[in-house]
Design a protein around this ligand. Structure first.
Ligand SMILES: [Zn+2]
Length: 553
């Protein structure tokens, strides 16, 4: 018996990838996928859903968040004060219980994403040595498809290959490492800087040309070397970069240099808001926005994409693979702090943080994020993110949507924050309002394209039947925070924000072609330096309950 045929009819469809901008269309689903409408008009669907008067979009895709792995888990344990007061997620006949706060438990994470109409999310910073941990947490994160990026910007093997001028070795190793970890893309976090942190007290690099001792390489060489390897491996999402000097006044020049270093390859600059600051020279008063020149560079260079990392006012937890940054933040805010190194691969830092609207710095960070959305001309190259939970929770996305679609309300809020926002950013002068179609691009169609996910972010035949259906509302925050229906792989999983059918999502990963000869060298490397045997390192196929290998090339 073939899979049942499901028809969703009468809704107003937004599907920018297929050029559909608010037209009434029917969708046909079979076997978890969107299919062509049957040729024979007498074919009757087995099941229907009337969506007349409702807005239909592909499921949301979060391309940068922190929801799994060792540092997320430490952050959960580190914030009992939040967990105690947050409203718990209560167990039902079909769903598990969970806890919230700025770092929700695994099950709660899945339910809350789905409840908000998001059906796919990528964790942005997993040390490959901890891949198993991340996969295990994914296994407990229902309702969404997920994947992770592996930290490679301070990896000893990679830096050694660069030092020895062996690009072929770097490429083969990157191919092996992504395959072994069942990761999705290479991520560089403060390339070179985390290694200097491990070597020296409060160490870091300060620009793209600082030499990393022992390896004798620079951040610029790491960025170009990994970008080249990713390009040659033809990864669906080439490189994901958290640039050097995050959060520091005056860091915009480092960001511009990082963009330039990618020339010829392109790449994705993440939470770019945190990297767009002017001022400095030890004077906190000089802090200002430098989005305009950076956005101009992005506008002119089509192979660059960004996600924003919007800051929202309130308490949250900062967590990062950027160890020196975690130390810096804990010093600034005088909070508790966690730091850990992952052998020869990576580091991390965690610290609680509170963004205040009357703080000059925080109000400007908020404005700088919004400027990025409003100054990048092509919505296909700017993606909604809060760098959850660093700038704020993913649950703030509907609030950000309203800020982008309603300039009157935006102006009202600008009037409530520190006055430097009017003086040192262009936000108050920006009239742009996003359309529903553009919101659809920056929250699903665009990230799918940037990630090279051809089966997601659109509603054409062959796409995964991940669909979110909203009740239109003048207040776009109200509209987007409580979808009428959420459909995952053809099944209605959420109705009016309530999880009805917590299906398990799949794990998206890559397995690029690489020169297998490299494994002998990597095995020797493991024997000499790693705490784990080479043969025990790769995550086997049987380790993932439901996996999908996304093709390269
Ligand atoms: Zn991040």
């Amino acid at each position: 018996m073939p899979d049942p045929l499901f028809k969703i009819y009468g809704g107003t469809v937004y599907d920018p990838r297929n050029g559909i901008d608010g037209q009434v269309r029917d969708l046909w689903i079979r076997g978890g996928k969107i299919v062509e409408a049957p040729d024979d008009p007498d074919v009757r669907p087995d099941k229907t859903l009337d969506t007349a008067g409702l807005v239909v979009m592909p499921g949301g895709i979060d391309m940068h968040c922190h929801i799994a792995g060792p540092k997320v888990n430490v952050a959960r344990k580190m914030r009992p004060e939040e967990k105690r007061v947050a409203k718990n997620v209560v167990r039902t006949a079909k769903t598990h219980s969970g806890t919230m706060g700025s770092v929700p438990s695994t099950f709660a994470t899945g339910y809350k994403y789905a409840g908000m109409g998001y059906t796919t999310a990528f964790d942005a910073a997993i040390p490959p040595l901890a891949a198993r941990h991340a996969h295990e947490e994914f296994d407990d994160t229902p309702c969404i498809d997920k994947g992770f990026y592996i930290l490679v910007g301070n990896n000893h093997y990679i830096m050694r290959a660069l030092k020895e001028n062996e690009p072929g070795k770097l490429k083969a190793f990157l191919g092996w490492l992504l395959t072994a970890a069942k990761g999705y893309a290479p991520k560089m976090v403060n390339p070179g800087g985390v290694e200097v942190w491990k070597q020296q007290k409060a160490g870091n690099v300060h620009d793209l040309d600082t030499r990393v001792e022992h390896f004798d390489v620079t951040p610029r060489q790491i960025i170009r070397g990994v970008a080249q390897a990713a390009h040659e491996l033809q990864l669906p999402h080439r490189v994901h970069i958290h640039a050097n000097n995050l959060g520091l006044p005056g860091n915009w020049t480092t960001t511009l240099e990082t963009m330039k270093a990618l020339e010829g390859f392109g790449g994705h600059l993440t939470h770019v808001q945190f990297h767009s600051y002017g001022g400095g020279e030890g004077d906190e008063n000089s802090f200002n926005s430098k989005v305009a020149p950076l956005a101009e560079y992005v506008n002119a260079n089509k192979n660059l994409t960004v996600d924003v990392g919007q800051v929202l006012f309130g308490e949250t937890t900062s967590m990062t693979g950027d160890s020196p940054l975690g130390y810096y933040l804990s010093n600034v805010y005088k909070t508790k702090w966690f730091s850990a190194d992952t052998e020869m691969e990576a580091g991390c830092g965690i610290a609680p943080i509170e963004y205040k609207n009357k703080s000059r710095i925080h109000a400007l960070q908020w404005a700088i994020g919004l400027e990025w959305y409003l100054l990048v001309e092509d919505p296909w190259r700017v993606v909604m993110s809060t760098d959850h939970p660093n700038g704020g929770s993913f649950l703030a996305y509907p609030h950000i949507i309203r800020l982008l679609m309603d300039r009157t309300w935006r102006r009202d809020l600008i009037a409530t924050v520190h006055p430097h926002v009017r003086e040192r950013s262009s936000l108050a002068d920006l009239d742009r309002e996003y359309s529903l179609n553009e919101i659809c691009i920056i929250t699903r169609a665009g990230p799918a394209k940037i990630l090279g996910l051809t089966n997601k972010g659109h509603l054409g035949p062959g796409a995964d039947a991940d669909i979110t259906i909203y009740t239109p509302h003048e207040n776009k925050e109200t509209m987007f925070e409580l979808p009428r229906y959420v459909i995952k792989a053809g099944q209605v999983i959420v109705e009016q924000g309530e999880v009805r059918e917590p299906v398990d999502g799949k794990t998206l990963h890559v397995a690029p072609e690489y020169d297998r000869e490299i494994e002998n060298d990597v095995a020797r490397w493991f024997e000499n330096y790693y705490s784990i045997r080479f043969r025990n390192y790769p995550v086997g196929d049987d380790y993932l309950r439901a996996a999908e290998r996304v093709p390269c090339g």
